[in-house]
Design a protein around this ligand. Structure first.
Ligand code: HEC
Length: 197
């Protein structure tokens, strides 16, 4: 439509009519066209950044991290640390990361950086074989109160050093390497990383 068609006169009506409905011959305003083409360009760039190059952060990752952080706080507030709670903690990425930090600051000195155990110092903790109890609460108690073998204290009684929260987290970290129901008890002499072969 030219300027002359609007100035002073009535807008021009298109010759066709559908079901009795007629159409003005108006060009779309620039702001409207700008929004349309702008959103097409934006959608293309967004698609490129999100699905092709992966430059934008993934919302699902951010949401899961936040949900895990919330759940970790809820779990940490539970006073009665029973088996299901400790298993739940072992599936929470935030709690497991906290437990791993505790492990790396303390436990690795005797159990090794990869949990494979160190002969003469500490048992292997990344297999499914357990000498002093194969349940989450047994592991928690072994770390918390230490272990007595032949009347002598061994292992590490960590309650005073770490407190319940961090012991629960490090237990969750150890459990995160285990399968529920697949942990076995073995005699001390059969422990692969046994102190005295
Ligand atoms: C000073 C060395 C030392 C440190 C530090 C240590 N442990 Fe141990 N841990 C041992 C020894 C030794 C044993 C084996 C006990 C035995 O002689 O039967 C053991 C046993 C264990 C067991 C039982 C393993 C089984 O097969 O039942 C667990 C679980 C464990 N430690 C976890 C931890 C965690 C978690 C930490 C860190 C908070 C830690 N330990 C720090 C030396 C250590």
């Amino acid at each position: 439509m030219t300027k002359d068609q609007t100035r002073g006169s009535k807008p021009v009506i298109m010759p066709h009519s559908y079901d009795g409905i007629q159409e003005y011959d108006q060009s779309l305003p620039n702001w409207w066209l700008f929004t349309l083409f702008g959103s097409i360009v934006f959608a293309f760039l967004y698609w490129l950044a999100n699905f092709v190059t992966g430059t934008l952060p993934d919302d699902r990752v951010a949401i899961n991290t936040e949900i895990d952080a919330l759940e970790a706080r809820q779990l940490a507030a539970i006073k009665d640390l029973d088996e299901p709670t400790l298993w739940k903690m072992s599936r929470n990425s935030k709690t497991v990361a906290e437990g791993q930090a505790v492990y790396n600051s303390l436990c690795f000195t005797c159990h090794g950086p990869t949990l494979a155990g160190i002969k003469g110092l500490g048992f292997r903790l990344n297999d499914d074989l357990w000498v002093h109890g194969n349940t989450p609460t047994a592991i928690f108690n072994n770390v918390s109160e230490g272990i007595t073998f032949e009347g002598k204290p061994t292992g590490m009684a960590a309650q005073k050093v770490l407190g319940t929260g961090r012991i629960a987290a490090v237990t969750a970290f150890l459990l995160s390497k285990q399968k529920e129901g697949a942990m076995k008890v073995i005699p001390r002499k059969d422990e692969p990383s046994q102190l005295t072969p």
